[in-house]
Ligand binder design. Structure first.
Ligand SMILES: Nc1ncnc2c1ncn2[C@@H]1O[C@H](COP(=O)(O)OP(=O)(O)OP(=O)(O)O)[C@@H](O)[C@H]1O
Ligand SMILES: [Mg+2]
Length: 381
């Protein structure tokens, strides 16, 4: 894995209330821009999008764009973004309103033109592709789900889902088959003939999801798809997406401004601010090794036990045998009951069954009550 060690971060952690056993430290070597651990599906390099009259031209190098933004003559909605999104991962883009999330998603999906830079799908450049070719890519390889569902009000569930397939002239038999399959997949059976107005918000968004999946895209773009839903339904659809993903293994780019949603869904999360990416990492990395205060603030108030692994709050083993052993990479919430029942410290083991640390109930309580940094400045407030 292409990881650069941020030694400062490790030194800082070493002085904290949870000293990491040496064997575990390697797992926490972090970098502000973590690479995917699998083949790259979608990548962008030096990606820029400027808004404003001065930005309506071709640029020869990134320095020209930087100058326009720095001098206030253009809005830098995307500034020098480099990303690699792995095959089959849910890649979450997260940030405050106006940070550039939708702009990034639309530029990646080629719904809008970037001002500068390149984007590669399966290694193939999408910039400069003839319009007809690009259309083909968009219709066959990309699915989109939007916040406001974007359903046509006069079309039934079936016809809304079939629409993109009809537009690309699939044959009627394959359309019927495809639509029936995705309706079942997203749990809309029995509602085929209803109009959008006859569905709840959650059901409407299931239609939106089914319509995107019907295309059988390798790549799915979702821009705040659950933001308009109330919390319970939202949670239900998040679980549904995780369940679907386990089965379909699509590559997804998922935009949200809700950090708990990002943590629940993301294999990796990119945190954006002012058009730039501040950090890319797995949820646990973002929470335990935030690149700056902006990132750190998002983690405040979330349930750390669902994000942080046992390894992160482990201490050195004090014995050679433990009656109860738990995988070190298990989330604390999932191990807590076993630890409570053990009546003493449990051993933590790596994937080969080797003892790498020790965890007791007191450490879990300390995390819950004081956060990762012992109740002072940090993620657990
Ligand atoms: N068509 C446009 N013309 C001019 N400025 C724009 C345009 N679209 C977006 N912007 C600006 O670009 C920046 C990024 O906007 P974007 O919509 O990507 O943010 P966002 O992170 O998706 O926000 P939100 O969470 O509110 O959806 C903002 O400053 C916005 O005002
Ligand atoms: Mg947006």
């Amino acid at each position: 894995m292409n990881r650069k060690v941020m030694t400062g971060e490790l030194e800082r952690l070493a002085g904290q209330p949870f000293p990491l056993p040496e064997e575990l430290q390697a797992g926490f070597m972090s970098t502000a821009m973590q690479k995917p651990d699998r083949p790259v599906k979608l990548a962008c390099r030096q990606y820029w999008k400027l808004y404003g009259a001065a930005a309506q031209r071709k640029f020869r190098d990134a320095g020209e764009l930087r100058e326009l933004v720095d001098s206030g003559r253009a809005v830098g909605a995307l500034q020098d973004v480099d990303l690699e999104i792995g095959e089959g991962e849910i890649f979450v883009v997260m940030g405050l309103s106006g940070s550039g999330k939708s702009t990034l998603l639309r530029c990646l999906a080629r719904l809008i033109e970037p001002s500068f830079g390149e984007v590669l799908l399966d290694g193939r450049p999408l910039i400069g592709l003839p319009a007809a070719e690009l259309m083909k890519v968009r219709r066959h390889e990309i699915g989109m789900v939007f916040q406001n569902f974007a359903l046509l009000p006069h079309l039934s569930v079936v016809d809304n889902i079939a629409l993109p397939l009809r537009i690309r002239h699939d044959d009627p038999a394959s359309i019927r088959e495809n639509v029936a399959e995705v309706i079942q997949l997203v749990g809309l059976s029995g509602m085929e003939a209803r109009l959008p107005a006859q569905l709840s918000g959650g059901q409407q968004q299931r239609v939106g999801l089914a319509r995107a999946l019907a295309v059988k895209p390798g790549l799915l773009f979702l821009d705040e798809p659950f933001s308009a839903l109330d919390p319970l339904i939202r949670r239900e659809l998040q679980d549904e997406l995780v369940r679907l993903q386990a089965r379909l293994k699509k590559t997804m780019v998922f935009v949200t401004h809700d950090f708990s949603e990002a943590v629940r869904l993301g294999d990796r999360i990119a945190i954006m601010k002012d058009g730039r990416v501040r950090q890319i990492g797995a949820p646990e990395e973002i929470v335990t090794a935030p690149a700056d205060d902006y990132v750190r603030n998002f983690a405040a108030g979330i349930d750390l036990t669902r994000v942080v692994s046992c390894a992160r709050i482990a201490t050195q083993p004090t014995r050679s045998e433990y009656a109860v052993k738990v995988p070190a990479d298990r989330r604390i919430a999932e191990a807590a009951e076993e630890v409570a029942r053990a009546g003493g410290p449990v051993g933590l083991v790596d994937s080969q069954g080797r003892l790498v640390g020790e965890l007791d109930a007191a450490a879990i309580l300390r995390l819950v009550s004081g956060g990762l940094y012992g109740g002072g400045e940090g993620a657990g407030r």
